[in-house]
Design a protein around this ligand. Structure first.
Ligand SMILES: *[C@@H]1O[C@H](CO)[C@@H](O)[C@H](O)[C@H]1NC(C)=O
Ligand SMILES: *[C@@H]1O[C@H](CO)[C@@H](O)[C@H](O)[C@H]1NC(C)=O
Ligand SMILES: *[C@@H]1O[C@H](CO)[C@@H](O)[C@H](O)[C@H]1NC(C)=O
Ligand SMILES: *[C@@H]1O[C@H](CO)[C@@H](O)[C@H](O)[C@H]1NC(C)=O
Ligand SMILES: *[C@@H]1O[C@H](CO)[C@@H](O)[C@H](O)[C@H]1NC(C)=O
Ligand SMILES: *[C@@H]1O[C@H](CO)[C@@H](O)[C@H](O)[C@H]1NC(C)=O
Ligand SMILES: *[C@@H]1O[C@H](CO)[C@@H](O)[C@H](O)[C@H]1NC(C)=O
Ligand SMILES: *[C@@H]1O[C@H](CO)[C@@H](O)[C@H](O)[C@H]1NC(C)=O
Ligand SMILES: *[C@@H]1O[C@H](CO)[C@@H](O)[C@H](O)[C@H]1NC(C)=O
Ligand SMILES: *[C@@H]1O[C@H](CO)[C@@H](O)[C@H](O)[C@H]1NC(C)=O
Ligand SMILES: *[C@@H]1O[C@H](CO)[C@@H](O)[C@H](O)[C@H]1NC(C)=O
Ligand SMILES: *[C@@H]1O[C@H](CO)[C@@H](O)[C@H](O)[C@H]1NC(C)=O
Length: 634
């Protein structure tokens, strides 16, 4: 009894409602566990951004994931690669890169695989090619001559001048492309002695950026180019100032992955343009980042972050994908002709990349989920950033679909069949089923039978299912039909002082995450993320809408019908803002199909870390940050 009271008091003290002024007075790392996603990939502490070098190593039978990291800081700077491994992409462990020093893998700099160095290149400019940053890139389980001897090879952008931004004058020589490899399964990494392997962007380009190598072999491109020797292909995120974004394509013979030759730009979009209506398909912007180019089931796809796009329909930087016809130009370069276009994620997920999961013969996509704290309380939180749940990409074909009338460019390619009907083809993306099964392991699974919600919808209070959800859960249900806005309410306080609404709106063909009331802390972003989603008309009936939502601390990931994703963040100030319910706007009738399924308490995917894996936070000196021109220093 007394113990209960004491525990109760502790819970109150720990869980007290936060205010802006209270947060400002708190010590570094004191909010470390408050909104932390434990069921997602994240750095042990500090700042992280893009996923880097994801691969499956058949030799060590491990998945490797690296990420842009600034240990001991909560802001971007001196950017390096952090590193973790997994047997199944469900649970992860930090790689200890200094295994003999007795420091735990999750602590300090231990998980850093590649950091900035003062190495000089002996036959190339720039001098000290990577001393200001190890930017993003990809990796393959091969050695420098393409052999599968257990070597892991990383291709990344080495940075020797800063700052850099697509909309500022480009400092010549800022970015070059370099290789590093590991012959001990990823524990120690060596810079290739001939770095950088590409020291200049394509001749004559007035570039806005030149980074993020995405490289792999491609028997399909070898065949198109009549190469008898297998080759690797690399693309880079780039753009030409005042002209448009660009994707330069390079190739190297597999037998020598240091010898890269420029093959031309994949295509030459004008700046700030799109294939269709921007609010339906996104925009290519002015500079591409973290580009992907791959063949999936016989179809060619490209995806990238698009910096500088007009923001009239979208608060964040777009991440777009295209399906395209790919052919060979008379001069031997590769031409990419877009057929369809969409957003890879309609929320704030960025730097979305993918890799061939050769263990399961599928393409897995993963992106960076930034915070949405507007830099407020980040020192108290002690970290920023996580990665999305791994998503399986697939070519999604839907038969008997009525195309839009008049026909227009969209996220689907409509093909007329012999019997006069159309089939729609688009890029499908769903949370990897095996990973989801793993995350649900140990959760409390519940079915709520609802059937209908009718007429007297009371907005966020429509039908509360549970008051006290754990910090991590999944909810999934199918809307068979609706007469208006409907979806769910998460993060709801008992008196609805705080709540977040996620809904489908048939009137505007959209899915929204409305954060107006998500937190009483006004510094945290309260904008509504909206994404275009139009259900297919299949044989005269609108397809049902299946919502699959993951809530994990502040991180919210929304999936719809295996072809729509929206990532968001919420930071409720109250510890009792844990209610979950169904939502229907006033007067709206909803019919559900099947039960509302809930998995409460998803797996902690970092079993070897303590709940609080925070570290020391330091401020860099003026000298270290070049008077705050290279990075801010926090
Ligand atoms: C930047 O990172 C490198 C590699 O971890 C480290 O050696 C160097 O001291 C760091 N510089 C600053 C200013 O923190
Ligand atoms: C590079 O040299 C500078 C100046 O000597 C030093 O401050 C910095 O820490 C060095 N960086 C690395 C990564 O060793
Ligand atoms: C790469 O691996 C192959 C074996 O698959 C080996 O024959 C070759 O010597 C290795 N090359 C290098 C550069 O290590
Ligand atoms: C590849 O070979 C085919 C058949 O000989 C030829 O038509 C085509 O032009 C060649 N393509 C290139 C890029 O050389
Ligand atoms: C290069 O692009 C910038 C915009 O990024 C523009 O201001 C500048 O005039 C361009 N320079 C040349 C030589 O075209
Ligand atoms: C690989 O290519 C580089 C750059 O062209 C060259 O210096 C090197 O000699 C080549 N290596 C082999 C083994 O041919
Ligand atoms: C993955 O790569 C293998 C060759 O290593 C290829 O056969 C397979 O089609 C690729 N899978 C996907 C989904 O791209
Ligand atoms: C029309 O043909 C397509 C392709 O064979 C098939 O998938 C679809 O079911 C057919 N539709 C009807 C109404 O028969
Ligand atoms: C919930 O319903 C689904 C589908 O009807 C069923 O497969 C599952 O076993 C049920 N789960 C629980 C916990 O009852
Ligand atoms: C959202 O936040 C902004 C900035 O703090 C504030 O001006 C606005 O009133 C907020 N909106 C709502 C609905 O609370
Ligand atoms: C808190 O973090 C800042 C860096 O943002 C650092 O300068 C300061 O020393 C830290 N305070 C303590 C007590 O560690
Ligand atoms: C930084 O500012 C100080 C004081 O204004 C100046 O003496 C120093 O040269 C500056 N350093 C750099 C790298 O710009």
């Amino acid at each position: 009894m007394i113990l209960c009271v004491v525990l109760g008091l502790l819970a109150v003290a720990y869980g007290q409602t936060l205010t802006s002024s209270a947060i400002q007075k708190m010590d570094n790392n004191s909010l470390f566990e408050r909104w932390r996603p434990y069921s997602h990939f994240a750095a042990p502490a500090g700042w992280m951004n893009d996923p880097c070098g994801p691969l499956y190593d058949p030799n060590g039978k491990l998945y490797h994931m690296h990420y842009q990291w600034h240990p001991n800081h909560v802001g971007w700077g001196n950017i390096s690669w952090g590193h973790a491994v997994s047997r199944d992409m469900i649970t992860w462990s930090d790689v200890d890169h200094f295994p003999t020093d007795q420091v735990r893998a999750w602590s300090g700099y231990q998980a850093q695989s590649l950091g900035t160095t003062n190495l000089t290149s002996n036959h190339h400019t720039p001098e000290k090619y990577n001393f200001l940053g190890i930017f993003s890139g990809t990796a393959q389980p091969v050695n420098l001559s393409g052999g599968a001897d257990g070597t892991l090879l990383a291709f990344y952008t080495s940075v020797s001048r800063l700052p850099t931004s697509w909309d500022a004058a480009y400092l010549k020589g800022t970015e070059s492309q370099s290789l590093a490899y590991s012959t001990d399964g990823g524990i120690t990494w060596t810079e290739y002695s001939g770095n950088p392997v590409i020291s200049q962007p394509p001749t004559g380009w007035n570039i806005t950026g030149f980074r993020d190598p995405f490289f792999h072999d491609s028997p399909e491109l070898d065949a198109m180019l009549n190469y008898t020797e297998p080759h690797y292909y690399a693309i880079f995120g780039s753009g030409i100032g005042d002209v448009g974004p660009r994707i330069p394509l390079y190739t190297a013979p597999s037998s020598n992955l240091t010898r890269w030759t420029y093959l031309g730009a994949l295509w030459e979009p004008k700046g700030n343009t799109s294939l269709g209506r921007p609010y339906e398909v996104g925009n290519w912007g002015w500079n591409f980042e973290v580009p992907n180019f791959f063949n999936l089931g016989g179809h060619w796809f490209f995806s990238a972050g698009a910096q500088g796009a007009s923001r009239s329909y979208h608060e964040q930087t777009w991440v777009v994908w295209n399906e395209a016809n790919v052919s060979v130009r008379p001069n031997g370069s590769i031409a990419f002709e877009p057929l369809s276009m969409g957003a890879s994620d309609w929320g704030n997920l960025y730097a979305i990349t993918s890799f061939n999961d050769t263990k399961n013969n599928r393409r897995i996509q993963i992106g960076w989920a930034p915070e949405d704290m507007d830099s407020f309380g980040v020192v108290q939180q002690g970290y920023q950033g996580a990665l999305s749940i791994p998503r399986e990409l697939f070519v999604m074909n839907t038969p008997n679909v009525m195309p839009p009338s008049p026909m227009r460019n969209s996220s689907s390619v409509y093909t007329r069949q012999g019997n006069g009907t159309y089939s729609a083809r688009t890029l499908g993306a769903r949370p990897a089923p095996d990973v989801i099964t793993g995350l649900r392991g140990g959760s409390q699974a519940m079915n709520h039978t609802v059937g209908t919600l009718s007429g007297k919808g009371k907005g966020p209070r429509s039908q509360m299912l549970m008051k006290a959800m754990k910090s991590s859960y999944e909810i999934s249900f199918t809307i068979k039909s609706t007469s208006g806005r409907t979806g769910l309410t998460i993060g709801a306080a008992p008196d609805f002082q705080e709540f977040t609404s996620i809904y489908y709106d048939p009137a505007t063909s959209s899915i929204a995450c409305d954060r107006k009331k998500s937190s009483t802390i006004s510094e945290f972003l309260n904008t509504t993320y909206v994404g275009f989603f139009e259900p297919y008309n299949v044989s005269g009936t609108l397809e049902p809408i299946r919502l699959d939502v993951f809530v994990d601390g502040s991180l919210v990931e929304i999936f719809v019908n295996d072809r729509f994703a929206l990532t968001s963040r919420i930071y409720p100030s109250r510890t009792d803002s844990t209610g979950l319910g169904l939502y229907a706007a006033m007067g709206v009738d909803v019919v559900y199909s099947g039960p509302v399924q809930v998995w409460n308490g998803l797996k902690n995917v970092w079993p070897q870390r303590p709940r609080n894996s925070s570290g020391l936070l330091v401020w860099d000196t003026d000298a270290e940050t070049h008077n705050r021109t290279w990075w801010t220093g926090f």
